[in-house]
Design a protein around this ligand. Structure first.
Ligand SMILES: *Cc1c(COP(=O)(O)O)cnc(C)c1O
Length: 397
């Protein structure tokens, strides 16, 4: 039977359900199976095969059925031509940087990014490979413009940024980058394509950790790069094949399954996080709340322009309390779990203590320890009640 395709005439929810799935040609099953085989049968005469080629079913590191299905879905949801699915978000970030950059190039990156990006640019690519790197507070586009050099090749931003929720104007940075022949990549992990689509705002690459909202169930790791086919062909040939961060077919299948409910989950994340942010902001023991949906938060006006229909499930907040009181508060939580990662179905909280080496890059209110809170999809009132009883038991309320 003919392969079903779902173009732009279909809405986001329809594409989240259908794109990348089809009737299985062999069994007639209406869900495509998991293909765990490492190898695919060679043609009659294999002498002309490119053993390092991508885009041919040969060996799972070159290409594979389940990663292809997932790539089709993600390209559609992010509004891009092509997608590469890899083993983790960091696999996707390092694969992108490895293929694009060489010694003598210059990179500008956000002062608030995922920690591995900071390590790659501040310790590894610069010292090992002679790539010049500059940390910039990208929440003000003028800082970026001022940092551009003749050899600037790439601007990499994260918005909302992990963990301060800083908002950078994607459209403004795309204009600055393209006026200088520079590529722009955006880490879209926090917002997810339901709330923000960087490619539609002018970015060249959207990178994300599938481990978070896209899978959404906290049980599989993956990462993706979405962008133009000509760029992604290069990343496939250089990074996918030779760095080898191959996504397991089983994980690709799990993430496909999780992504079906992305829109439904994001609706509840958006609603819960806004309600929790407003409730926290009203408590006298809370020193600050950073959530792009709050009028008081940095970048709220830009967030309203580039994030819709909501502002995501991530927020950070501070307590007017000493170090150990933060830990005591967490120990009293019953619904919310103390764990790293984010974007899971369940609510996760992490106390980021005062000894973060990157603290000098964060706004001052983050300097006394704060919580990064991944607001889950539980009942809104249960989350607020949980925070309330834990603050009471800690003596803060
Ligand atoms: C978690 C995360 C990553 C890294 O993803 P992994 O799947 O853990 O490798 C990258 N960027 C952001 C913003 C993240 O939160």
């Amino acid at each position: 039977m003919a392969k079903r395709t779902y173009g732009k005439e279909y809405g986001f929810m329809t594409r989240a359900v259908h794109t990348g799935n089809d009737v299985d040609g062999e069994t007639g099953a209406i869900k495509r199976p998991i293909t765990m085989a490492n190898s695919y049968e060679l043609p009659y005469d294999p002498t002309d095969m490119n053993w390092s080629g991508a885009g041919q079913t040969l060996y799972t590191r070159n290409d594979g059925a389940n990663q292809n299905y997932l790539q089709e879905k993600l390209a559609s949801l992010e509004g891009g031509e092509d997608c590469i699915a890899l083993a983790s978000g960091v696999g996707a970030l390092s694969g992108l940087f490895f293929a694009l950059l060489q010694s003598g190039d210059h990179v500008i990156f956000s002062s608030v990014t995922y920690i591995a990006v900071y390590r790659l640019f501040n310790e590894l690519f610069n010292h090992k490979f002679g790539v010049e790197t500059t940390i910039v507070d990208t929440t003000d586009p003028e800082n970026v413009r001022a940092a551009i050099r003749p050899n600037t090749k790439l601007i990499h931003i994260e918005t909302p940024g992990n963990p301060t929720l800083g908002i950078t104007d994607i459209r403004a940075l795309a204009e600055i980058a393209h006026a200088h022949g520079i590529l722009l990549s955006v880490d879209n992990t926090f917002a997810s394509p339901y709330n923000q689509r960087p490619l539609e705002l002018g970015a060249d690459f959207c990178v994300e950790s599938l481990t978070k909202y896209i899978n959404g169930h906290g049980d599989a790791m993956g990462g993706a790069i979405i962008g133009k086919k000509e760029h992604l062909d290069l990343i496939r040939a250089q990074s996918q094949i030779n760095l080898g961060a191959t996504i397991s077919p089983f994980n690709a299948w799990l993430i496909m399954r999780g992504a079906v409910t992305l829109p439904l989950r994001m609706k509840q994340h958006n609603e819960n996080a806004l309600a929790v942010a407003k409730w926290l902001e009203a408590q006298p023991c809370v020193s600050f709340v950073a959530y792009p949906g709050l009028e008081s938060s940095q970048g709220h006006e830009i967030a309203k322009k580039q994030m819709a229909p909501g502002f995501g499930g991530m927020l950070s907040f501070g307590l007017k309390a000493d170090h150990d009181t933060h830990n005591r508060f967490v120990s009293h939580l019953k619904v919310i779990t103390s764990a790293v990662s984010l974007g899971h179905d369940e609510s996760l909280i992490v106390f980021l203590g005062e000894n973060d080496e990157r603290q000098y890059l964060y706004p001052e209110k983050f300097h006394n320890g704060f919580f990064r809170f991944s607001v889950g999809i539980e009942d809104t009132q249960d989350l607020i009640d949980d925070l309330k009883q834990a603050l009471e038991k800690t003596g803060l309320l």
